[in-house]
Write a protein that binds this ligand. Structure first.
Ligand SMILES: Nc1ncnc2c1ncn2[C@@H]1O[C@H](COP(=O)(O)OP(=O)(O)OP(=O)(O)O)[C@@H](O)[C@H]1O
Ligand SMILES: [Mg+2]
Length: 418
């Protein structure tokens, strides 16, 4: 495993997320590579400036990132307007760079609120210093962040119920809709397939986290994660059979570190009720029990709910997957009775979408379909938004034009009216 550089003076416990905005592809990629060398830093590239409505920029970028790094050379005046707008609320640290080491230019942008002025080509020590200062500032203001650190756990009443399909697409939709830092962890055993469902290949897995549990911290966790084009971070399950026996403490540690770094942590727990002694099932976690309307699935759900989860109240939500209204076997009353309570969510049986997205390794959440609409509603509700989006949308960072782009870390800032 390569050893990434450290951010000097950084407290070392937080992951820094940086939005990099530069319309010049070559220059932006060079800067992104330089930043990515620093352990604990995640970089999201934006290949265009927002065309209008800069008023919305602080809210949208401030929610998602700790720092924004802006190129000055493509359009200095527009960059100036962006810096002024972003700095007006102080919601995010702004840094700028230029190929000109021009003192007047630097003073002008610092007066507008930019915290760092970097000169190209970037010098490693300068980036380390700048990121270190951002990190210190970030940790000082961290305690007043308003986002709740929430854990969402998806458990199946039986293998094959659809836990991975729902958990992985819920995580994509949650990252997009909330705009907050979101992590998906796959606890699938012996081999998980959440990453495959999202069309991702990843170098590391939960096995690396568990094998090195004693030294697991935010920086180390961050170095294991794969990044999906939706902005979601993913820690997949191992892709090989592993004889590793994982103690409950190692699972608790991984969850604690993950919750320290991310606003939302989504877990694909498969059918692993054996993990019920771990922090996965602690009271504050939102547990989604995924089941289908079949004799065994409903019997299992009944036993799980009555033996283990009867006291969870609203922290247990039941998801009926592959649901077909008026199915011959059971009516809704019988389903409610078996489940001891009504199910909150119904995901339609949509074989065509499931098969197509599986064959093309495209996440369901990135297409419009009956399944994706239902899962998006779950995700919106989970992050406190109305289940259905309002018709009129303003400036949005989250309607990605680059979902199917060959370069997954690139996205564009765009303005959408109406
Ligand atoms: N709503 C749905 N409509 C149609 N097919 C679905 C739906 N949900 C899941 N499937 C399909 O069901 C199969 C099992 O789904 P999935 O892998 O998500 O289940 P799982 O509970 O994670 O299984 P495992 O126990 O193997 O981890 C997959 O082929 C998937 O495409
Ligand atoms: Mg699965």
């Amino acid at each position: 495993m390569p050893v990434p550089a450290h951010i000097s003076d950084a407290p070392g416990s937080a992951v820094l997320s940086v939005a990099l905005i530069d319309p010049d592809d070559q220059r932006r990629q060079k800067v992104a590579v330089a930043l990515a060398e620093f352990q604990g830093t995640t970089v999201q590239e934006y290949s265009s400036f927002p065309p209008a409505n800069l008023d919305a920029l602080p809210r949208l970028l401030g929610q998602r990132y700790d720092a924004v790094l802006i190129d000055l050379d493509s359009d200095p005046e527009y960059a100036f307007d962006m810096v002024e707008s972003l700095c007006a609320t102080g919601s995010v640290t702004v840094m700028v760079y230029s190929a000109q080491s021009d003192l007047d230019l630097a003073i002008r942008f610092m007066r507008a609120g930019a915290r760092e002025f970097l000169t190209l080509p970037l010098v490693r020590a300068d980036i380390a210093g700048a990121l270190g200062r951002v990190s210190i500032r970030h940790s000082a203001t961290h305690h007043i962040r308003r986002t709740a650190r929430k854990l969402f756990v998806f458990l199946g009443s039986k293998g094959g119920c659809g836990v991975t399909t729902i958990a992985s697409n819920f995580a994509v939709a949650l990252a997009q809709e909330s705009g907050h830092k979101t992590l998906l962890i796959d606890f699938g055993l012996p081999l998980g397939d959440a990453a495959i469902n999202l069309g991702m290949t990843a170098e590391y897995s939960t096995a690396n986290a568990f094998q090195n549990s004693s030294r697991l911290d935010a920086n180390f966790l961050c170095s294991l994660l794969a990044r999906h084009s939706s902005g979601l971070s993913v820690l997949p399950a191992p892709g090989e059979f592993s004889p590793l026996q994982v103690p409950d403490e190692a699972i608790d540690k991984l969850l604690a570190v993950a919750r320290q770094c991310f606003d939302y942590v989504v877990v694909d727990a498969g059918a692993r009720i054996d993990l019920r002694g771990t922090a996965l099932f602690e009271e504050s976690a939102m547990l989604y029990l995924v089941t289908q309307v079949g004799v065994t699935e409903l019997r299992n759900s009944n036993r799980l709910i009555s033996q283990f989860f009867s006291n969870r109240g609203r922290k247990l939500q039941i998801v009926l997957n592959r649901y077909t209204p008026h199915a011959l076997l059971f009516d809704d009353q019988q389903i409610d009775k078996a489940l001891t309570r009504p199910a909150q969510w119904r995901i339609p049986d949509d074989y065509a979408t499931a098969r197509r997205t599986r064959n093309t390794a495209t996440p369901v959440a990135l297409e419009d379909s009956p399944i994706s609409r239902a899962i998006r509603q779950m995700a919106r509700t989970a992050c406190g938004l109305p289940a259905s989006p309002e018709k009129k949308r303003g400036f949005s960072l989250f309607r990605r034009e680059f979902w199917s782009s060959a370069r997954p870390s690139r996205e564009t800032i765009e303005s959408r009216e109406g």
